[in-house]
Write a protein that binds this ligand. Structure first.
Ligand code: ADP
Ligand code: ASP
Ligand code: MG
Length: 440
C-alpha cells in the first residue's frame, strides 16, 4: 500500500505544524511520499510565503536585489528551523537562494522557492531524501505538463526510496527554466507524484475536514461531503471551491487513484473521499455541493432567425479567438445566445473591441453586455434523477429576493449554473444552501 500525502500552506505554516505533519506521516507506514506547499498564513492578516516571494520578484525586477519581502521569507524559515532544533545550515541556504533569485530574475523561479525551502526543511525533519521538482516535473514547449516524461522521471527517482519529500507547485519548462503551476498548484504536484508511483491513495491534507457543501467563509460550518465523484469534484473546484486545484484531478483520474481530503488539525476526522465516477455511491442526495465565483461578463446577443443562420456562433467565436479570450459557458435560446466570460479576460479595452467586432461579424438585432455577474453552480449526479430540483432551486433564490440574470444547465445534467449580480452572491449561496442542506 502506498499513500502520497500533500500538505497545504496552513499545515506548513510554522514549526509546530511541521511536527504535526511528522506525526501524521509516522502514524501510517504507507504514507511514503510527502509533497509540501510553502508556509501559508499563521493567523488572519499574516502573509503567505508565496505572496512574499511574488513581491520579492517585483523588487528584483525593479532594483536588481531582494529586499524586505525576502527578509520576511528568510525569517519564516529561520524560525521554523529554530523551533524544530534542526542542525541544517539554513543561513547558507537562504543566502544561496537570494543569489539564485537575483540571478534567475524570473517571477516563477522566485515564487517556487517557498516550496523548495519548505521541502528541504521537511526532508531534514523526516530524515528522508528531498526531490527538487525542477528535475522531475517537466512542461512541454506549449506550456502544458509533459505527463509521460514527468511520471517516468519521478518513478525512476523514487524507485528504491522507501520515503521522500517532493517540493510542490513547480517544475521545469522546455527551455530549462523553472515554471510554476497556477496558484494552489501543489495539489497538482501531489497528484502527479501519486500517479507516478501508482499510489493506492492520494491524501490531501489541508485546514478543513474535507470538502464542504459550500464555502465555509459564506455559510458558517456547512455540512461535510463524505464522498464525491471525480466529475463532481471537477465541477465544484473549477467553479471556485478551491479546496483542491481544479487540475489536480487529471493525473489521478488516468489511474483511478482515489483522493482523500483530510484535516491536518483534526486527523481523526474522516474527511472526503473522491472516487472514480463509476465507483460513486449516490447516497440518495439530490445536490452534492454548491460553489461559485464573482466577476463574470455576459455578452448577450439576440437576432431573429439566428437558429437558421449557419455559422453564427462560429463567427462570434472567431472574434473571441482573435483576442485570445476564453469563455466559460454559452447559454442559448432559439434566437438568443450569450457568452459568459471571466471579466479579467476583457480588461484594457478588449471588451469594447470584442463588442465592436461581434457587431460587425454577425449584425445582431441586439447586443448587450452585463458586467459584475457572479456564477453559482449547484452540482450533483443526483439532480438528474430527481424531479423538481430546478423548481426548488429557483424558488429558493426568488424567496431570497434575488433576480436571476442567467441560467445554464450543463449538458451532463450534473450541474445548474445561475448568474446573479456580484452583490447578491453570498445571499444566493446561503439561500441555496438552506434549501438543500438545512435538514441534513
Ligand atoms: P491549502 O493551503 O491546504 O492548499 P487552501 O486554502 O488551498 O488550503 O484550501 C482550503 C480552503 O478552501 C479552506 O480553508 C476553505 O476556506 C476554502 N474552501 C472554499 N470552498 C470550500 C469548500 N466547499 N469546502 C471546504 N473548503 C472550502
Ligand atoms: N504556495 C503556492 C500558492 O500559494 C502553491 C500551493 O500552496 O499550492 O499558491
Ligand atoms: Mg490549496
Amino acid at each position: 500500500m502506498i499513500k502520497v500525502c500533500k500538505f497545504g500552506g496552513t499545515s506548513m505554516a510554522d514549526g509546530t505544524n511541521y511536527l504535526r505533519v511528522r506525526e501524521i506521516v509516522a502514524a501510517d507506514p504507507s504514507r511514503r511520499y510527502v509533497v509540501v506547499s510553502a508556509p501559508g498564513k499563521r493567523y488572519s492578516g499574516d502573509r503567505k510565503v508565496t505572496d512574499l516571494l511574488y513581491e520579492t520578484a517585483r523588487d528584483v525586477k525593479e532594483g536588481g536585489h531582494v529586499r524586505d519581502a525576502y527578509e520576511k521569507v528568510a525569517e519564516r524559515f529561520r524560525s521554523i528551523v529554530h523551533e524544530l532544533g534542526l542542525a541544517m545550515d539554513i543561513e547558507g541556504v537562504l543566502a544561496e537562494t537570494a543569489d539564485a533569485i537575483e540571478h534567475e530574475g524570473s517571477e516563477d523561479f522566485a515564487a517556487s522557492r517557498g516550496e523548495y525551502l519548505a521541502g528541504l526543511v521537511m526532508a531534514e525533519l523526516l530524515h528522508v531524501p528531498f526531490l527538487d521538482a525542477r528535475l522531475y516535473i517537466k512542461f512541454s514547449a506549449d506550456g502544458r505538463l509533459d505527463g509521460a516524461r514527468s511520471y517516468a522521471l519521478l518513478r525512476e527517482a523514487l524507485k528504491g526510496k522507501p520515503c521522500a519529500v517532493v517540493a510542490g507547485f513547480y517544475g521545469e519548462d522546455a527551455e530549462g527554466r523553472v515554471k510554476t503551476f497556477s496558484r494552489g498548484g501543489s495539489d497538482v504536484t501531489g497528484a502527479i507524484v501519486a500517479r507516478a508511483v501508482g499510489a493506492d491513495l492520494y491524501e490531501n491534507w489541508t485546514d478543513v475536514s474535507g470538502f464542504l457543501a459550500c464555502d465555509p467563509r459564506i455559510v458558517a460550518s456547512p455540512a461535510g461531503i463524505p464522498s464525491l465523484s471525480y466529475k463532481e469534484l471537477r465541477e465544484l473546484s473549477y467553479m471556485g471551491a478551491n479546496v483542491l486545484h481544479s487540475e489536480a484531478i487529471f493525473p489521478v483520474r488516468e489511474a483511478d487513484i482515489p483522493i482523500r481530503i483530510k484535516n491536518t488539525f483534526r486527523p481523526e476526522d474522516e474527511g472526503t473521499l473522491i472516487v472514480p465516477t463509476s465507483k460513486y455511491d449516490f447516497l440518495n442526495r439530490p445536490v452534492t455541493g454548491i460553489a461559485g465565483k464573482k466577476d463574470f461578463t455576459v455578452i448577450f446577443l439576440e437576432k431573429s432567425l439566428m437558429n437558421a443562420e449557419i455559422g453564427f456562433a462560429y463567427r462570434v467565436l472567431e472574434v473571441l479567438l482573435r483576442h485570445r479570450v476564453s469563455f466559460e459557458h454559452i447559454p442559448s435560446g432559439i434566437d438568443t445566445m450569450s457568452f459568459v466570460v471571466d471579466s479579467a479576460e476583457l480588461t484594457g479595452g478588449i471588451l469594447e473591441q470584442v463588442e465592436r467586432e461581434i457587431d460587425e461579424a454577425v449584425h445582431p438585432d441586439r447586443l448587450s453586455v452585463i458586467t459584475g455577474i457572479a456564477l453559482i453552480a449547484v452540482v450533483g449526479h443526483g439532480m438528474s434523477r430527481k424531479i423538481g430540483i430546478a423548481a426548488r432551486l429557483f424558488d429558493a433564490i426568488a424567496r431570497a429576493g434575488v433576480n436571476v440574470r442567467m441560467i445554464d444547465q450543463g449538458s451532463s445534467e450534473l450541474n445548474i449554473i445561475v448568474g446573479v449580480e456580484n452583490a447578491q452572491y453570498e445571499r444566493t449561496v446561503r439561500a441555496v444552501y438552506e434549501e438543500f442542506f438545512k435538514d441534513r
